[in-house]
Design a protein around this ligand. Structure first.
Ligand code: NAP
Length: 296
């Protein structure tokens, strides 16, 4: 017992924490996809992602640029539509309808957020579910819920890959997902359930939050509150996945987890940056390659 304890814990009783390296794992996935793209090309199948951006939100510009760069890296095509802020909803819907019809376009991505005069739900619903590489269409979400094939939202899909490729077992584990957004929290909990975890979803109306999060073997924090999760929210040996992308009081990038405080008691943790972030684009590229098999 002492030997096992020494192996698991450092001298001072803190854990030998595994740092989950999202940069390295996303690179591994991109290299696998590069190979798959080359195999498809050899069979005469070219994969192309259409990326639509409305307006010039600086964060969106960075995301869109990285997505196109990712396509270039794995060797698939990308079409870029940079529309002015004043584009009407009807004009955007017309472009989506045109791209839905085009056989040479496999995936369609509309960068969010959209300007306030455009209804995001209407736009997402207009995308052909067979080209919905973001996995936001109600049909994709419904398919995930009932265990049918379809595109899965990229960030939660990336988190499953982070855990699996770090040899962290999910089946039978107590998983707590903090946050219930449509793009992270909800699909995350469905994916963990699909992996046979026992899942709790917590949110701003959850009572006794610390008691709930302390139950977690695996805690996924997706609240959007800088460094909210301190060590009194977790039990010793927990695996912590930090989805948050925030700025701290010094304008430095930080997660929803107070890394320095929590890291010593974790068995594994994702850093910010370099944890979940790089996985989102890798899984988007995965979905683009996947679109070929969903189509046939
Ligand atoms: P969101 O839509 O704002 O949802 C936040 C969730 O957290 C909500 O469900 C909210 O509960 C809950 N919440 C807020 N304050 C809370 C509190 N004090 N206690 C308990 N629950 C609380 O955010 P999101 O889009 O899911 O994003 C979450 C974070 O992940 C953000 O920092 C975002 O930037 C980041 N993110 C990162 C990636 C990536 O690629 N790494 C991708 C997407 C998002 P209610 O539902 O009750 O309001």
């Amino acid at each position: 017992f002492v030997l096992i304890q020494r192996w698991l814990c450092g001298k001072d009783g803190t854990y030998m924490t595994m740092l989950i390296d999202g940069k390295a794992i996303s690179m591994q996935i991109k290299d696998e996809l590069k190979q798959k793209a080359a195999e498809l090309k050899a069979k005469g199948i070219n994969v192309t992602l259409a990326v639509i951006q409305v307006g010039d939100n600086p964060a969106s510009c960075v995301y869109v640029r990285n997505k196109k760069k990712g396509c270039g890296y794995i060797g698939i095509g990308s079409l870029s539509y940079e529309l002015p802020e004043e584009t009407s909803q009807e004009e955007l819907l017309n472009l989506i309808r045109e791209l839905n019809e085009r056989d040479d376009v496999n995936g369609i991505l509309v960068q969010l957020p959209l300007p306030s005069h455009i209804d995001e739900d209407t736009v997402i619903k207009a995308i052909d579910p067979l080209k919905d590489v973001d996995g936001f269409h109600p049909q994709s979400v419904g398919a995930l819920c009932i265990g049918q094939s379809g595109f899965v939202s990229c960030t939660p899909a990336g988190i499953i890959q982070l855990l699996k490729r770090s040899n962290i077992d999910i089946a039978g584990k107590e998983c707590v997902v903090l946050g219930r957004s449509n793009i992270v929290g909800k699909p995350m909990s469905l994916l963990l359930l699909r992996e046979n975890a026992t899942v709790t979803i917590a949110h701003s109306r959850t009572k006794n939050l610390k008691e709930v999060t302390q139950r977690a073997d695996i805690l996924v924090a997706a609240v959007g509150k800088p460094k909210m999760i301190t060590k009194d929210y977790v039990k010793k040996g927990v695996v912590v996945v930090d989805v948050g992308i925030n700025r701290d009081e010094n304008n430095k990038l930080c997660g929803d987890v107070d890394f320095d405080d929590v890291e010593p008691v974790c068995s594994a943790i994702t850093p910010v940056p370099g944890g979940v972030g790089p996985m989102t684009i890798a899984m988007l590229l995965h979905n683009c390659i996947e679109s070929v098999s969903l189509k046939v």
